[in-house]
Design a binder for this molecule. Sequence first.
Ligand code: AMP
Ligand code: GLY
Length: 444
Amino acid sequence: MSDPTHSMKVLVIGSGGREHSLCWKIGKSPLVSEVICAPGNAGIGDVARIAPVEATDLDGLIALAEAERPGLVLIGPEDPLAAGLADRMRDAGFRVFGPGAEGAQLEASKAFSKDLIERHRIPTATARSFDRSGQAKGYLEGCTTWPQVVKADGLAAGKGVYICQDLAEAKVAVDAIMEEGRHGAAGSKILIEEFLVGEEASVFAITDGDAVLVLEPVQDHKQAYDGDEGPNTGGMGVYSPVPELSKRIYKQIEQHVLLPSIHMLRREKIAFRGVLFIGLMLTEGGPRVIEYNVRFGDPECQALVRRLKSDIVPILIATADGTLSEIESPEWDADTCVGVVAAAEGYPEAPRKGDEISGLEEAAAVEGVEIFHAGTKLHRNLDGHEEVVTNGGRVLTITAMGATTDLARERAYEAYGKIRYDGKFCRTDIGRRREARKETTSQA
Ligand code: AMP
Ligand code: GLY
């Protein structure tokens, strides 16, 4: 007889460190018999069965679900969410964690979300949207305060934002987005936004559109190099909790930004079952929204699942079923998690690929360490032997738990040091970004 507490398959869509950490955590649940991941990566194969269907192949994913009959489908990345995968899965009768296409517009169109934010009077940067470059330039000519922020409307993998110091720079940005098509269809519309001054922070909440579960504070590091220098990336490292974000400020964010955002979804009748991830600027006048995302952050997710002590599966199911209010508050580990991204030379512009990775087992043996793969794949050698090779800009997230941030950092970097591949690099200041930045400025 099958064990009724151990009988559910879960299908996870995606292939990053975020999805590896989710598969790892979901697989620990006594409710789950098997985790299936499409398309996955070399590391996800250790904790889930890989199904070789791309995250953008909606028909293929529906066919996969029909064949596997999972009790829960979790959609990791924004692209399939924006393309309506959650709606199609729900229409086919599956239980889904992740918003439908309408909810995903909060991330997929900055003009759409700005319009809602303004109508519901949620604090944000004032902005104007344009669908013709001439009008945008005309508006810029009248601007008396600089910088101004020029943004492509659609999904641009974090690269569609230009902070422009003067009119000339702003016109170049408008042309790049609207005339030269640098971000494709994402640039058919633009936003021109007031420049906000302050520290960036973010807040993650799980919601079924009604009840809200606020997740623990977590902070990533967006710039490629130490001291917040260099180009913007998807995220080079993470830590949680965030000691510099006081309880008072976190409460303020909840009250002035997060709860009004959930209220906005309710009032707009946008069915939303998944993660609302709000990027914020902590300005002198209080927290203001920079952007909404509709999924877990990567690498933020990796640190959150390491600190989550409770079973994640009942939370995901209750969100998908719209019964989140019935769930008890989850338990979190009071220890700190630090996650260091091991990247590939050339990231974010043009990362090298295909380099053999070794030392993974030794690294994973360091106390408190768990390694999540992102850009990796299995490659069969000429002699038939399989090896793990790099296959993307962010290769691994090396997470470590520790009673203090220093201990967690030490463990994560010790494990990082044991991993070998050509072109490996990381930031050395994960978890002490602000101190590192102060040191750089005081030296200058
Ligand atoms: P986004 O893709 O909207 O998160 O923007 C990427 C980055 O650009 C953010 O993380 C901020 O560092 C910066 N940014 C975006 N909008 C503004 C703004 N209005 N003022 C200042 N910085 C901004
Ligand atoms: N780490 C930021 C993001 O996932 O968008």
